[in-house]
Design a protein around this ligand. Structure first.
Ligand code: SAM
Length: 258
């Protein structure tokens, strides 16, 4: 890595300027989620009609399908209020780590975990671009509705791949740019007109819910995201569209041999 690249990476790590292609700096994203935490879960349920719970369960099945020994920990990156980490624990993973750089989101996750009587999840404050774990630690790594908010998608995928054991699986559940002709306009209207108003009323932060459709529009379409998975060193990359084509569930496996 050159000195300039190193300085740029350091600036990203500290929440500095976003790279071209990403809409916001790490600092802006972290502060935004810190502001909307109180109504975050309610807004998710409302926007998706509760389907987000079903999608996370699918992500869990995919992540744990070949996870091998339940003794090897699994990681949920950008865990937010912890829904996917808790679903991984409920799905049979014995050791789950949820990492996020927004401390208020993690506090909500820990409170939710405590209420559910779940002692198997460790909540760690950390940046997805520089995960605070040694290489080859986790049998599976998941990220739900998190990658789109990161300042460098490719670097984040490489970092998540790094912490997987060989043969470990990376699963990403994410909103995907919607391309279907007629329903596309309806969805665009819902997302750019209805969501900001309802999100603004519920969370008190309309701006955060204006950013949401913009961040989806700027995110790579599902095929391009699959290519980024491959560039990160993952094989057997596949995806399927959910939610009528509004959400993509990607999976890839870290090569068994270097
Ligand atoms: C839309 S929420 C998703 C939360 C959760 N995964 C879910 O399924 O509801 C996005 C989360 O990503 C986190 N995030 C974004 N960029 C991050 C980064 N670089 N490192 C760690 N967390 C990040 C935010 O703090 C926020 O909690």
């Amino acid at each position: 890595m050159t000195g300039d690249e190193e300085r740029e990476r350091e600036s990203l790590r500290l929440g500095g300027e976003a790279r071209p292609g990403a809409l916001r700096s790490g600092r802006d994203v972290r502060e935004m989620f810190g502001r909307i935490v109180r109504r975050y879960d309610a807004m998710n349920r409302l926007m998706t009609g509760g389907r987000d719970i079903v999608w996370r369960r699918r992500a869990v099945r995919l992540a744990l399908a070949d996870a091998g020994s339940v003794e090897v920990p699994v990681l949920d990156v950008a865990t937010g209020t912890g829904d996917l980490a808790l679903a991984l624990a409920a799905g049979g993973a014995r050791f789950v780590v949820g990492v996020d750089f927004a401390a208020p989101m993690l506090r909500a996750a820990a409170a939710k975990g405590a209420k559910a009587g779940d002692g198997g999840v460790a909540w760690v404050v950390g940046d997805a671009l520089t995960l605070p774990f040694p290489s080859g630690t986790f049998a599976a790594c998941t990220v739900a509705f998190g990658l789109r908010n990161m300042a460098d998608y490719e670097a984040a995928l490489q970092e998540m791949t790094r912490v997987l054991i060989p043969g470990g699986r990376l699963v990403c559940l994410e909103l995907t740019p919607y391309r279907r002709p007629v329903l596309g306009s309806l969805f665009a209207w819902y997302f750019s007109r209805v969501v900001p108003v309802v999100g603004g009323l519920l969370s008190g932060d309309r701006e955060a819910y204006c950013y949401l459709p913009q961040s989806v529009a700027a995110f790579p379409p599902a095929d391009a995201l699959a290519d980024l998975f491959r560039r990160a060193g993952l094989v057997d990359v596949a995806y399927r569209l959910l939610g009528g084509g509004t959400v993509a569930l990607h999976a890839g496996t870290k090569r068994s041999t270097p």
